[in-house]
Design a protein around this ligand. Structure first.
Ligand code: F6R
Ligand code: MG
Ligand code: MG
Length: 365
C-alpha cells in the first residue's frame, strides 16, 4: 500500500491584465515556495500552474486531507504571491485571501480546495480540471456524463469493473447539507438536484461497491465573509482514470460539449464552458468566455509525472468553435436573461439602490 494525498489548492491573488491572466512572477514565487516545502520534506512533489487569473498549487504528500501544514503552506504561498502582486500593482492583489490571518484551514477563507487521499494503484492516471470565470456547479454535467451516462462512458456498459455504477455526494451549498445518491438506480432523483447547479454541486464520486474515491471537486459551502458569498468561484476537480474508473478518453469526452455555465463577465452571466490548452486559458472577450483546462498526470509513488495538456488537441477544435458561436449568440442578449443570470444569482447588482430610488413610483396594479 502506498497511501498519498493529492491536494489542489487555488486562489486568485491578483490578475494580469485585469482579471484575464497571471503574471509570470507570481508563478515563479509560488514555485519557489513549493520547492522549499519539497526540500524540507513536507511535499513529495508539486506542480504550479494557472488558469486565467487563478494560481493553482498541485501537491502530493503523506499528511492526509484537511491537513493544517499543507493548508498553511498554501496560504503562506498565496500571501507571498500577493506581496509580489502588490509590488506590480496587479489587479485585485490578494482578492481571494478574505481573512487577515490564517486560522487552521483555508476552506471558507477564499481559496478553493480539492483533495483526495488514495492508495496509489499499480498505475495511477489522474486528470486535474481547472476552470476560470465559472462556479463549482459547472462540474455537475461533466461528472454525470463521466460516471452515469452510458452514451458518454461505454465502460459503464461493457466493463465488468464499472458495471455496478458510482455513488454521487451532492452538496446543497446554500443550506449546507449533503446527500449520497447511487447511479444508475437513483439517476432520476439525482438529476433533480444536479440539474440545478447554482444550488446543488457534486463534491465527490465513489466507485461501487469498493467505495474508492473516483473524483473530488472544490465545491464548498457558500460562506458569508465580509458581506459576500465565497466558495463559489473558478473551481477545480480531480478525477482518477482507467481500470475501475472511466478511461482518459471517457473523462475528457463531456467537454466536447461546451455546456452553458454561470460566470463570465462580473460573475453574472451564462456562457459556454470552452475547453482550451493551458496557454489559451486567458479569458478576454467580455472577460470570458469561461474556460476549462485539463492537466493529465501519472502518479509514481506520489511523484507527479506530467502534465500532459489534454485539451491541446485538434479533436477539441469543434467544441471551441461551437463555444465561440454560442458565446456570440448569448452576447446578443446583452443585459437580458438568459444571458444575464436571474436576479438572485448575480454577483453584481444595483437592484437594491434602484428599487429604493424608485420605491414611491411603484403603484398597485
Ligand atoms: C468575473 C470577473 C470579472 C470581473 C470584472 C469586473 O469572475 O472576475 O468579470 O467581475 O472584470 O471587475 P471589477 O469589479 O474588479 O472591476
Ligand atoms: Mg480576478
Ligand atoms: Mg478567476
Amino acid at each position: 500500500m502506498f497511501v498519498i494525498t493529492l491536494s489542489v489548492i487555488k486562489a486568485d491573488i491578483g490578475g494580469y491584465v485585469g482579471h484575464s491572466s497571471m503574471h509570470p512572477d507570481l508563478e515563479a514565487k509560488a514555485t519557489e515556495c513549493m520547492a522549499s516545502a519539497h526540500k524540507s520534506g513536507v511535499l513529495i512533489d508539486y506542480h504550479v500552474t494557472k488558469c486565467g487569473d487563478d494560481l493553482q498549487l498541485i501537491m502530493t504528500h503523506k499528511l492526509g486531507e484537511d491537513n493544517d501544514r499543507i493548508h498553511k503552506l498554501a496560504w503562506d504561498t498565496f500571501v507571498d504571491c500577493t506581496n509580489v502582486a502588490k509590488s506590480l500593482k496587479l489587479y485585485g492583489a490578494g482578492q481571494d485571501l478574505l481573512s487577515d490571518s490564517y486560522s487552521g484551514n483555508v476552506k471558507g477563507m477564499g481559496p478553493g480546495v480539492a483533495e483526495m487521499e488514495i492508495d496509489e494503484r499499480e498505475s495511477e492516471p489522474v486528470m486535474i480540471y481547472m476552470a476560470d470565470k465559472t462556479s463549482s456547479g459547472a462540474w455537475n454535467l461533466p461528472l454525470y456524463k463521466m460516471f452515469a451516462d452510458p452514451f458518454n462512458t461505454i465502460g459503464l456498459v461493457i466493463s465488468e469493473k464499472m458495471h455496478d455504477g458510482y455513488a454521487f455526494e451532492i452538496h446543497d451549498v446554500k443550506e449546507n447539507k449533503k446527500i449520497i445518491l447511487n447511479a444508475p438506480e437513483e439517476i432520476y432523483d439525482m438529476l433533480i438536484f444536479m440539474g440545478a447547479p447554482s444550488r446543488y454541486a457534486v463534491k465527490a464520486v465513489f466507485h461501487r461497491p469498493s467505495n474508492e474515491i473516483a473524483a473530488v471537486s472544490s465545491t464548498q459551502k457558500l460562506s458569508l465573509i465580509a458581506g459576500k458569498y465565497v466558495g463559489k468561484d473558478d473551481p477545480v476537480c480531480i478525477v482518477r482514470c482507467q481500470g475501475k474508473f472511466p478511461a482518459v478518453g471517457e473523462v475528457l469526452e463531456p467537454f466536447a460539449f461546451p455546456q452553458l455555465v454561470e460566470g463570465w463577465m462580473r460573475g453574472s452571466h451564462h456562457g459556454p464552458l470552452m475547453p482550451v490548452a493551458l496557454h489559451d486559458a486567458n479569458p478576454s472577450r467580455f472577460d470570458g468566455p469561461p474556460r476549462v483546462i485539463a492537466a493529465g498526470f501519472q502518479l509514481a509513488d506520489g511523484k507527479l509525472v506530467g502534465p500532459v495538456d489534454m485539451f491541446d488537441d485538434p479533436s477539441f477544435d469543434p467544441a471551441r468553435d461551437k463555444a465561440n458561436v454560442m458565446g456570440e449568440y448569448m452576447r446578443r442578449h446583452g443585459p437580458f436573461e438568459p444571458h444575464r443570470l436571474p436576479l438572485e444569482e448575480m454577483e453584481y447588482t444595483t437592484m437594491p439602490q434602484v428599487m429604493k430610488k424608485l420605491a414611491d413610483r411603484f403603484g398597485d396594479l
